[in-house]
Design a binder for this molecule. Structure first.
Ligand code: PLP
Length: 422
């Protein structure tokens, strides 16, 4: 009869992200016949995989580098050379005035957000509580269980623009967005996981102004974004200043196994993140930093992202949209969020008679994994009865064309049955 602390329970109980990663792990472990349209695993793009293998060969041939990578602890902020090369990359891409003291490495972007939420929200020394404002949900499922206090997130519904019969887009509802004294930071992912929305430069500038007025940080999660992996299909001009915190990750470039996240922030926040890395995990992982460092310094990463990775995912997105149009037909109402980035399509079924959790269970029985949309609407006011929350699913298009095609065919068939009441 194990007695668990409240925090222990919060960090080890049932959660959407655990279910999603369990599904993903089981489906990708090999030998599974599941069509994996669930989690956010990057595709194995042949040119990109070849580059990682080539880098590993170079590292193995370079004895001192290989020994340092495998047999030395990293300093808690990350490898100095890697951090320097990150700044070179950001300076080359956007001309930002950043130094290595603005960069902290973490064990993946996921850990970076846990640290940032811990730093900026919760019980404050004066006895008040601060929360994280999500100015638009649906938002990344992986944040939702990271608050160690209840109700850490204050979220806002979006405006819904219907662009045509089968396309819509979310926008931030600035008219009803208030940033109260209880807010410690504003947070968005760009592109947004799960919707594939890319907040416009105007929306980002507006959020940055609101955050600056309140003297709180604006957190921007670039896991799929600029400058790498650049799965962004809209022209955007990323901006950063020291009141903003940006995170980047090597995962969606194709290196999730290396667990490498990067935080760009003021020197104070960077130094605190670095201490948290040390206290919680001692040091970061070295492998991803070692593989990617020279590619950041030379600019090769930017080229790879723009010339190979971006077009790859854009083509995948278009193919998945064409399959949906082909298989869904006119048998039930559906809309697809305008695909502006990331690895997902976000589908809305305005007349779905069951919850998307039930839809998820039914599809899993038929060998297709998707992610039910309910999980992405956390932090709304309790009692916020909004049917839209139970009418959306997220579908990943990064797997092979055969997998995506077969998956979509089965989803269409199941939805037809459900809408006909069987
Ligand atoms: N942020 C977003 C929006 C994501 O989708 C993910 C992963 O799916 C992460 C952060 C965390 O990724 P990682 O910890 O692999 O960097």
């Amino acid at each position: 009869n194990l007695q668990l602390s409240k925090i222990g329970q919060a960090l080890s109980g049932h959660s959407g992200i655990v279910e999603l990663m369990d599904d993903l792990g089981a489906a990708l472990a090999g030998g599974s016949s599941m069509y994996m349209l669930g989690g956010g695993n990057p595709a194995h793009i042949p040119e990109v995989q070849a580059l990682w293998r080539q880098r590993l060969t170079e590292i193995v041939a370079n004895e001192p580098l290989c020994d340092r990578m495998l047999s030395n602890y990293d300093g808690p902020a990350g490898n100095p050379e890697f951090r320097e090369s990150v700044t070179t990359c950001l300076r080359n891409a956007y001309g930002w005035d950043v130094s290595r003291d603005n960069i902290a490495v973490t064990v993946g972007g996921q850990t970076a957000f846990f640290f940032l939420f811990m730093l900026l929200a919760g019980e404050m020394p004066a006895g008040n509580r601060r929360r994280i404002l999500l100015p638009i949900v649906p938002e990344y499922i992986g944040y939702s269980d990271q608050g160690l206090i209840p109700e850490i997130f204050a979220s806002k519904r979006p405006l819904i623009d219907r662009l045509d019969e089968h396309t819509f887009k979310y926008r931030i509802d600035f008219d009803s967005l208030e940033v109260g004294d209880d807010i410690g930071a504003i947070c968005v992912s760009r592109p947004t996981n799960p919707t594939g929305n890319v907040l416009t430069d105007e929306e980002i500038n507006h959020l940055a102004r609101l955050a600056a007025e309140r003297q709180i940080p604006l957190l921007i999660d670039n896991a799929y974004g600029e400058p790498f992996p650049a799965a962004v299909f809209e022209p955007i001009k990323p901006m950063w200043n020291s009141d903003m915190v940006m995170t980047f990750s090597l995962s969606k470039l194709g290196l999730p196994g290396t667990r490498t996240g990067i935080v760009l922030a003021s020197k104070e926040i960077v130094s605190r993140i670095s201490s948290m890395t040390c206290i919680i995990g001692l040091a970061n992982t070295n492998m991803g930093q070692t593989i990617v460092e020279p590619l950041l310094a030379s600019g090769e990463i930017l080229k790879l992202a723009r010339d190979i990775i971006r077009p790859f995912y854009q083509t995948k997105s278009q193919a998945a949209q064409a399959l949906i149009a082909e298989h869904f037909g006119d048998d039930f109402p559906y809309l697809v969020h305008r695909s502006e980035g990331a690895f997902f399509l976000w589908l809305w079924f305005p007349e779905l008679p069951i919850s998307t959790r039930e839809l998820y269970e039914r599809l899993k029985k038929r060998g297709v994994l998707i992610v039910p949309g309910e999980y992405f609407f956390f932090g709304l006011d309790t009692g916020d009865e909004w049917p839209h929350q139970r009418q959306c699913i997220r579908l990943t298009f990064s797997q092979s064309e055969a997998t995506v095609a077969e998956g979509i065919k089965i989803i269409a068939d199941e939805l037809r049955r459900i809408h006909q009441g069987s």
